[in-house]
Design a protein around this ligand. Structure first.
Ligand code: ZN
Length: 162
């Protein structure tokens, strides 16, 4: 059977006065990701994981950050476009595993909402989506809460497969 695997990585600086949006979910915090769009690292990494699995252009090529159209954009539109391309190529999500690296705040109480947001945009069941939070143990910019990063790995299966 023709499975495809893809990996995505993203990182944004955290700046005061920006909303902290992660997987479409807004958390109370004193800072949020700097970026041209809303800076949602999960949605960006997942978009790149799916596009990577399909062998298609990456998020920066599909949605150039010098295009005013994407200023402060809701990044779910990037995931939705990746999902559209996935469906057009005859694939569906087998499973998706996401790791968010963030020192503060803790993601525990928000994980389920994030999984459901991802599943909703991808058009799959939440059981196919996993999301973990990791601290960076106080080390480097991530550990000093000056940045947020995300790794995503996705397995795509042919749409007709169970
Ligand atoms: Zn990004």
């Amino acid at each position: 059977m023709d499975f495809r695997i893809g990996h995505g990585f993203d990182l944004h600086r955290l700046e005061a006065g920006r909303p902290l949006v992660i997987a479409g979910h807004t958390l109370e915090h004193d800072r949020g990701p700097a970026g041209h769009s809303d800076g949602d690292v999960v949605y960006h990494a997942v978009t790149d994981a799916i596009c990577g699995a399909l062998g298609e252009p990456d998020i920066g090529q599909l949605f150039p950050d010098n295009d005013p159209k994407w200023k402060d954009a809701d990044s779910s539109i990037f995931v939705a476009e990746a999902a559209r391309r996935m469906g057009a190529a005859g694939y569906a999500v087998g499973n998706l595993d996401v790791t968010v690296i963030l020192e503060r705040p803790r993601l525990g109480p928000h994980k389920q909402a994030m999984r459901e947001n991802l599943a909703g945009v991808l058009g799959c069941g939440a059981a196919r989506v996993n999301l973990k939070g990791k601290s960076h143990e106080g080390v480097d910019a991530l550990g000093e809460n000056r940045a947020i990063a995300c790794h995503a790995v996705v397995l795509l299966k042919p749409s007709e497969a169970k």
